[in-house]
Design a protein around this ligand. Structure first.
Ligand code: TGC
Ligand code: FAD
Length: 397
């Protein structure tokens, strides 16, 4: 019989091409050798090193599905394998990576003019220019359609819009050079996308204060965006997309990535819990891995991780064939985030009191996975998106 591989229980590696496996290998080596040694101090100190994105840029990992502009142009499955490698280390590192690659570079690639793409994408691909994505507002999270940020013709600068409003919980906003901000055009009431260059904003028109003292995702920097009559060139508005289709199209790619990433985090929890359980002895010198209740936790988690990888692979293949409905992405985003969180919490119990020490890594994953279940559409919101698609009836309000 074929031997069972607990690290790849359903043989998902058989579904990946040689090229995809090589990309995964590059990403895993970088993440384990260069990212992992930094994470404990970064998490303790709420520190995000922007050099990480430069290093990923050097390896060709940023905006990896984009063709041209110095990007690798790989398959969606390959990009998922990169995301899984990054989140195996930490969801916060994956967050910084997703915002740069999927939300901002992806948005610019899909909706930007050729001038915008030429101007920003090559430097973003190298990690020299950092982006953030401003959709959520203090009063409008799950319901971004009600946003209050407004764009209107600038009163004194011809050829410019003036943007005013506040965004909150924005990954990378304090350190970003480029801000993709979604605002309503005052004249039409329709949502439009604006690319703001921090360097070009006069003093007092753009502030991006950090949000400190987070109890999850501490190795990712999060902040607000305050706009007060901020002048933005008309040429920096996405010309052909209006309404929520703009931001949600970017979110499709990022949500897809999270479905992969959370499986990486869960796989790391499994690996850490297995190792701990084999070494820790209780009752007559037995390793706790010998006890059925511990084994069930490992079996549950390994099963959910294996199913999650297969589902993400299937949606990735369909995405590249243009056959992935957004609801499929809601399904894998919700399922993989939820199962990663539930299983990580169960595996945390295997560590007993040591789970409380940050040296064991498990508590960090649990705290992070709560965030992944919350951002890019909280799981219950994805339930309602699926419920609407199943029944034809919408239950949001
Ligand atoms: P609804 O009527 O559903 O749709 C309005 C318009 O948008 C279009 N649309 C989509 N287009 C492309 N892809 C999708 N997935 C789409 N979903 C909807 C839709 O076709 C329609 O187009 P049109 O042309 O007819 O106007 O809008 P609604 O207001 O009823 O939406 C409700 C709901 C709950 C589905 C939606 O608002 C939602 O998904 N809420 C969750 C909010 C969210 O995900 N926020 C994410 C913020 S960004 C973030 O969290 C980044 S974290 C990054 C990190 O650190 O990793
Ligand atoms: P709310 O919308 O207030 O929801 C609170 C609770 O109510 C949730 O459980 C929700 O499911 C539930 N709820 C709401 N409406 C309904 C309903 N109709 N039916 C049933 N239940 C409902 N946003 C960005 O734009 N860019 C970013 O880069 C970004 N990064 C983030 C980083 C971090 C660390 C965090 C924590 C958040 C980030 N977000 C970002 C914001 C994130 O997308 C929002 O937090 C998320 O969409 C939920 O919005 P909210 O926090 O306002 O919660």
């Amino acid at each position: 019989p074929v031997p069972f591989d607990w690290k790849d229980p359903l043989g998902a590696n058989n579904l990946f091409s040689e090229e995809e496996l090589a990309i995964a290998e590059t990403a895993e080596s970088y993440c384990q050798e260069r990212m992992l040694p930094r994470i404990l101090e970064a998490y303790r100190n709420e520190d995000y090193d922007r050099k990480l994105l430069e290093e990923m840029g050097e390896l060709g990992l940023l905006g990896s599905t984009i063709q041209g502009y110095g990007c690798a142009g790989v398959s969606s499955v390959a990009s998922g394998l990169i995301t899984r490698a990054v989140e195996r280390v930490d969801s916060g590192y994956r967050s910084g990576y997703s915002v740069q690659s999927s939300l901002v570079m992806g948005g610019i690639e899909e909706f930007g003019t050729s001038e915008i793409k030429d101007k920003y994408l090559p430097r973003m691909a190298k990690g020299k220019l950092l982006g953030c994505f401003g959709l959520t507002e203090p009063n409008h999270g799950s319901d971004p359609g009600s946003m209050e940020t407004i764009a209107k013709p600038h009163p004194s600068k011809k050829g410019y819009y003036s943007l005013s409003g506040s965004k909150t919980w924005i990954t990378n906003s304090p350190i970003s050079d480029l801000l993709l901000v979604w605002a309503k055009l005052e004249s039409t009431g329709k949502i439009r996308g604006f690319v703001i260059e921090r360097d070009q904003c006069p003093p007092g028109t753009l502030e991006t204060p950090p949000i400190k003292h987070k109890n999850g995702l501490r190795a990712s920097i999060t902040g607000m965006i305050h706009l007060d009559g901020c002048p933005v060139p008309e040429a920096n508005m996405f010309p052909d997309v209006e309404g929520l289709r703009g931001p949600f199209s970017c979110l499709n790619s990022a949500r897809y990535g999270i479905a992969w990433g959370t499986m990486g985090a869960l796989e790391d929890c499994i690996s850490r819990a297995r190792e701990y359980a084999l070494q820790r002895k209780q009752f007559k010198g037995n390793p706790i891995a010998k006890y059925q209740l511990v084994q069930k936790k490992l079996a549950d988690a390994a099963t959910d991780a294996a199913y999650g990888i297969l589902a993400a692979t299937q949606v990735g293949r369909l995405k590249d064939e243009g056959k992935a409905a957004p609801e499929m992405i809601s399904m894998i985003k919700r399922q993989n985030c939820d199962r990663a969180l539930v299983n990580a919490r169960a595996l945390q119990e295997v560590f007993g009191g040591n789970a409380v020490s940050d040296e064991y890594g498990i508590g960090r994953h649990v705290a992070n996975l709560f965030v992944t279940q919350t951002y890019e559409g909280q799981s219950d919101i994805h339930s309602l998106i699926l419920g609407r698609a199943i029944t034809g009836l919408q239950a949001f309000c």
